[in-house]
Design a binder for this molecule. Structure first.
Ligand SMILES: Nc1ncnc2c1ncn2[C@@H]1O[C@H](COP(=O)(O)OP(=O)(O)OP(=O)(O)O)[C@@H](O)[C@H]1O
Ligand SMILES: O=c1ccn([C@@H]2O[C@H](COP(=O)(O)O)[C@@H](O)[C@H]2O)c(=O)[nH]1
Length: 305
């Protein structure tokens, strides 16, 4: 008899353990069964008594299903609280909270090239050529911000307007979210679920670069158009005659140059230090700049497009 008791307990224990596993697979290790103790010293939860089980037909381990339910409930509650923290606004302006975790898009499915250069260096002009020849989707951060500024009911309209006129960088949460939304729309509409994007005029500040690569998609590299201020100023003043842009005037242009040198060039330097910049001299004619752009891209990527 003394030898039969352990065998009985052991069989019941195995039945309970399999039930426990079925209903509580995600419960972490701390809820694993306790180490084996001699049967006669066990505490029986069903009666609240100590000592030998007065009712051998009853299950000595029936507390485990309750532990499992408690653990599952606690886990669900913690998940719910974390989700609400992610949804909470970061400040009074209700800028969406930056997301955490892995990027939304894998570089296997989404190819991102950042296109940088000073204001008026010719980024938009060259992106149009690349869209025509290589089927990229062109996303200009400046265009997305201007569209958001003009969108009826936008809570960021006035803020964006001020920042653009002053040549300052709009808080990254806004721009990163606009870009992610635009990428999502394109990828969702593509039967392949894939996309190739030229992200023009972004990232212009280190925090944007890091946040975008961490939460949206890592970029392949940066296409950088190098142009002296004198030439860019001439082009922008000329464009200002017809563009209707609030920042294509001498005063805003100076502010944009300052922001570019102080805030955006460090981003180019950061990517260059990682060997992730293709530099193109942007002073020649648009056709010549495009020729150099293609050579730079194909050298870097091979004839993949
Ligand atoms: N290589 C070039 N030579 C002369 N003019 C150019 C050249 N490339 C572009 N332009 C002209 O310069 C102006 C600015 O070009 P573009 O809009 O492409 O620059 P950008 O870098 O996108 O400017 P921004 O950052 O302000 O949006 C436009 O009027 C365009 O036609
Ligand atoms: O990531 C970005 C990109 C742009 N801005 C603001 O928009 C204007 C105009 O940008 P363009 O690329 O010249 O169209 C720029 O001067 C910034 O004020 C931004 O804040 N963040």
């Amino acid at each position: 008899m003394a030898q039969q008791i352990p065998r009985f307990i052991s069989r019941r224990f195995r039945q309970q353990a399999s039930l426990f596993c079925r209903f509580s697979a995600p419960v972490p290790r701390p809820f694993a069964p306790p180490p084996k103790v001699p049967a006669l010293r066990r505490t029986y939860a069903s009666t609240g008594e100590s000592g030998p089980n007065p009712n051998p037909g009853q299950n000595p381990f029936k507390i485990w299903p309750f532990v499992a339910i408690f653990a599952a409930g606690t886990g669900a509650y913690v998940l719910m609280v974390n989700q609400r923290i992610d949804m909470a606004p970061t400040d009074k302006k209700q800028i969406p909270a930056p997301k955490k975790g892995t990027p939304t898009f894998s570089p296997d499915k989404v190819t991102v090239l950042f296109v940088l250069g000073g204001p008026g260096a010719g980024k938009g002009t060259q992106c149009a050529n690349l869209v025509r020849d290589y089927n990229f989707t062109h996303l200009s951060a400046g265009d997305l911000l201007r569209a958001e500024q003009d969108r009826e009911g936008s809570e960021f309209g006035d803020l964006i307007k001020d920042y653009i006129k002053e040549g300052r960088i709009v808080p990254m949460e806004v721009t990163v979210q606009l870009l992610e939304n635009a990428i999502t729309d394109v990828v969702r509409a593509a039967p392949s679920g894939k996309g190739k994007f030229l992200i023009d005029g972004f990232p212009r500040k280190m925090d944007q670069a890091i946040k975008f690569e961490e939460t949206v998609c890592p970029s392949k590299f940066v296409l950088f158009y190098d142009c002296p201020e004198e030439e860019m100023q001439k082009r922008l003043l000329n464009r200002g005659k017809t563009s209707g842009r609030s920042d294509d005037n001498a005063e805003s242009i100076q502010k944009r140059f300052k922001t570019f040198v102080e805030t955006s060039m460090p981003v180019v330097d950061y990517f260059a230090s990682q060997g992730r910049v293709v530099k193109v001299v942007a002073t020649k004619s648009p056709a010549e700049v495009y020729k150099e752009t293609k050579e730079g891209l194909e050298k870097r990527l091979g004839k993949i497009f």
